[in-house]
Ligand binder design. Structure first.
Ligand code: ADP
Length: 273
């Protein structure tokens, strides 16, 4: 095939006999290229806030500033440091997901408890975005969590929490003021489905297949501005797959998006006390 990579080795052994060994190393070469891309991406993501941060440090060291200006600089520095912290936290989560077996079915995670935690994260995020943006351009006023069902998911609590929080925080971060975020659970004969719907900008169809690639962003500046690492959906998709499920997206430009965490019904049972 056109992109097949072969390794060819010629071995000579007794009395001039030769052995030609060929191996298909296509997959190895691809994995290597992906690893290199990933390292380049991570370096770039770290370098940007680091450059800003060291610039500010230098300024603070060299120029005497009034207290109010100093405070302003320190606040900006805290934002950059926070960005690096989120990136490192997401990288660790991803590497833990990749380096561990999928969760078994012995832990029972109450959907009600999980959603209470996600709702409180959502409120905190909304408040932070509001503080950062006094004109409230980015604050969604209407975040609705439908009452959570009395189910237990057989799976990993903290990874499910990350997966769902990522979807809810994206919906809040990408939906402009006056918009709506609606979070609900449903089931069909084979699946339970968490749906996070927003009335945000929507996503053009050509981007949809790539959204859960690491560091893939439709709108780079919007992602950075609201503290995105570019790894959220990669994490969510991974968690879904580790539970035997999948991440689905439906979206319409100008109307909004619906991100769904779909889990097999075998991972769910009624909550018993
Ligand atoms: P990020 O940290 O950049 O949000 P994600 O992996 O969570 O990274 O999402 C990848 C990209 O998908 C985002 O940068 C954004 O362009 C797009 N996206 C995710 N969720 C939404 C949404 N609810 N509405 C519009 N675009 C979204």
């Amino acid at each position: 095939a056109q992109n097949t990579k072969l390794s060819v080795q010629l071995h000579s052994y007794d009395e001039g006999r030769q052995l030609l060994l060929t191996r298909d190393i296509t997959l190895m070469t691809m994995a290597d290229a992906m690893r290199r891309d990933f390292v380049a991406n991570v370096s770039h993501e770290i370098r940007t806030p680091l450059t800003v941060l060291s610039g500010f440090v230098e300024t603070l060291q060299m120029i005497p500033l009034a207290e109010s200006e100093r405070k302003e600089y320190l606040d900006l520095m805290a934002v950059q440091a926070g960005r690096m912290q989120s990136l490192v936290a997401d990288l660790l989560t991803l590497s833990q997901l990749e380096g561990s077996l999928p969760p078994g079915t012995s832990e029972k995670v109450s959907v009600k408890d999980l959603m209470a935690q996600v709702a409180s994260d959502a409120a905190a995020l909304s408040a932070v975005l509001g503080d950062k943006d006094p004109e409230q351009r980015h604050v969604v006023h209407d975040i609705v969590f439908e009452p959570a069902p009395e189910w237990a998911i057989l799976g990993g609590r903290s990874e499910l929490h990350s997966a769902i929080s990522n979807l809810v925080s994206n919906a809040i971060r990408y939906t402009p003021a006056g918009g709506r975020v609606h979070v609900s659970w449903s089931r069909d004969p084979e699946h339970v489905i968490l749906s996070v719907k927003d009335s945000g900008p929507g996503i053009a169809p050509e981007h949809l297949p790539r959204l859960s690639e690491r560091f893939y962003r439709v709108d780079r500046s919007r992602s950075r501005e609201t503290g995105g690492t570019g790894l959220g959906l990669a994490i969510t998709k991974h968690v879904a797959q580790r539970h035997g499920g999948e991440l689905r997206v439906e979206s319409q430009l100008g109307k909004g998006s619906n991100f769904m965490l779909v889990l097999p019904i075998s991972r769910v049972e009624p909550l018993s006390d």
